[in-house]
Design a protein around this ligand. Sequence first.
Ligand SMILES: Cc1cc2nc3c(=O)[nH]c(=O)nc-3n(C[C@H](O)[C@H](O)[C@H](O)COP(=O)(O)OP(=O)(O)OC[C@H]3O[C@@H](n4cnc5c(N)ncnc54)[C@H](O)[C@@H]3O)c2cc1C
Length: 546
Amino acid sequence: MNTGIPHATFDETTPVLIVGGSLVGLSTALFLRWRGIPSLVVERHPAPARLPRARAINPRTMELFRALDLESTIRAASSPISGNNEILRVESLAGREIERLVEGGADDLKAASPTSWGSIDQDQLEVILLTRLQSMGADIRFNTELLSLEQDEQGVFALIRERASGNTQQVRANYLVGADGNHSTVRDALGFSRLGPGTISHATNIIFEADLGEVLRGRRIMLCYISNPLLPDGQGFLMPIDNKRRWMFSSSLHPERGERREDLTDECCIEQIRIAVGVPDLEIKILPAYPWDTVKVGMWELTALYAEQYQRGRVFLAGDAAHAILPTGALGASTGIQDAFNLAWKMALILKGQAAPSLLASYEEERCPVGKLMVKQTMQRFFYRTGSGSSSLIDDASLIFGYRYQRGAIVAELDSAEAPLAQHPSTLSGEPGTRAPHIVLQRARERLSTIDLFGRNFVLLAGEEGTPWMTAAGTVANRLGIALDVWQIGPEGLCDVEGRWYTTYGVSTTGTTLVRPDGFVAWRSSELREQPEQVLLDVLTRILGK
Ligand SMILES: Cc1cc2nc3c(=O)[nH]c(=O)nc-3n(C[C@H](O)[C@H](O)[C@H](O)COP(=O)(O)OP(=O)(O)OC[C@H]3O[C@@H](n4cnc5c(N)ncnc54)[C@H](O)[C@@H]3O)c2cc1C
C-alpha cells in the first residue's frame, strides 16, 4: 500500500507498532515488553471488547503465560463455567438428549505438561494482559486505527488516526505486527490472499436472561448444540455466560439472502430461544450483545481460512489476521498467542542486536504450517460435533503438544522433513523442531518441570557427563553476547525424579540439548563431540543468523 507519506517526516517512533489491541495484539505487546522491548498498540475499539468469545486457553499456551508468572492470576479469574464439563446435542434443553460429545484425551494432556487448560473468558484475559502491560508503562491507544502503511529497507511508516478527534499521525516503526483479526487491514495492505473453506456461515449472538434451573436437571453444560427443525437451518446452540441466569443463544443467519440482525426483534429472539430451551412460555429478557451497539442482536462469522504468507519485509501477521480458525476445539486464540510468543523472542533478539534480521524469516516458516493445520483440524472437529462425520481428526494432545517445526530456527536432523507435522507427544523424544518435553525435576526441595526452565533465554541442558558442553556454553554465550542458561540433569544438578530425561530427550549421559526461548528444541547432540565449543558456536550462529 503506498500512501505517499513523505518519508522524512513522522510524528513519533516505536520499535514495534502493533495493530489490534485484542488478545493477540496485547499478548505480542506483553511478550515484547517482558523482553525489554517497548511497542505502540493501536486498537480501533474504544475499550477492550466485551464479547463472549474464547473461554478456554489450551495448556501449551498456558505454559507460555506460566513463564511470565501469569498462570495463577489467570486461574484466579476463572470463567464462571470453569466447573462445567458437558457438551451435548439435544432436540431442546428440556427435551430429548441426542448425544453427549466426548472428546477425551484429558489424561494425555495431563501427562504432557505441568499445567492444564485455562478456563477464562477472553474479555477477562484481555483485562489481565492490559493491566500487566499498563503496570509496565506500555503505550496502548484505544479508539485509534491504522489507516495505511508502507515500508522501506529501514522501517515501516504507518498512518494512524485517533477516531474521536479525527487527528492523524505518522508513526515510524522498525517492525509492524498486524494482529488485527479476520478482516485485517494489514493483510489487505500486504495483498496476501487466503486459502481454505472460507466463511461457512453467519450466526446470531443473542444474550438473554432466564431461569433455566429446572430444565438443566443438574447438568453442568459447557455448550449445548440444538438440532431442531423449528430453528433456522434446524440448528443452534446455547452457552451459559455467568452460570446463573445469563445465556448466549446462537442460530443461523443468512446475510446473502438479505437476512439482517437488525430485523430480529425481541419477540423473534424469544420465540427461537423458547424452541431451543423447550419451554413454550419461558420468561426471557433479551440484552444487548455489545454495549456500544445500537442493535441488540450481535452477529459473528464462522470462518476457516489461512494465509500462506505471514511476512513481507518488516511487516508480520499474527493471530486471526493470519488464520481464522473455527471456535470448535478452542484453538484460535491459543494459536494466535503462540504466534505472538514466537515472533516476540525473535524480534527482541534482533532489536537488541543479538541476532540477524534474517532470524525473522523463520517465523513464517514455523507458524504458517501450524496455522494451516489448526484451521483444517478445527474443520474436522466442526464436522464431528455437527454430526457430519470427520475423516482425519488428530487428537488434542498431538495438536496441542505434538506439532513440529520442520524448518526454521532449528538445526534439523536428517529425517525431520519427512516427519509428520503432528504426532502424539508420548512418541516424541526431543527432536529439533518439537516442543521440549515435560519431565519432573527436583532442585533442592523444590519440584519443577523442565518447562519451568524455558521462556526467557536459550537453555542448554546437559547430561551428567556433559560438563564440557556446559563449559563451552559459557564461552559461546559470552562471545555471541546472548543469555544462555545452563543446567545439568543428574546428581550434580537438577535431579531427574522419574529417571526419564535421557530417553525423553534422546541423549546420552555425555549429550546435550539446546532449547529455544519458546521451549522448542533447537538442536541436540546425543553424545559428546570433539571441540564442543566450536560445535555449539556453529549451531547458535546458524540459528541466530549472526
Ligand atoms: C464464539 C467464539 C468462541 C471462541 N472460543 C475460543 C476458545 O474457547 N479458545 C480459543 O483459543 N479461541 C476461541 N475463539 C477464537 C478467538 O476468539 C480468536 O481466535 C481471537 O479473538 C483472535 O484474536 P486476535 O487478537 O487475533 O483477533 P481479534 O480478536 O479479532 O482482534 C483484532 C482486533 O484488531 C482491531 N482492528 C482491526 N483493524 C484495525 C485497524 N485498522 N486499526 C486498529 N485496530 C484494528 C479490532 O478492533 C480487534 O479488536 C472463539 C471465537 C468465537 C467467535
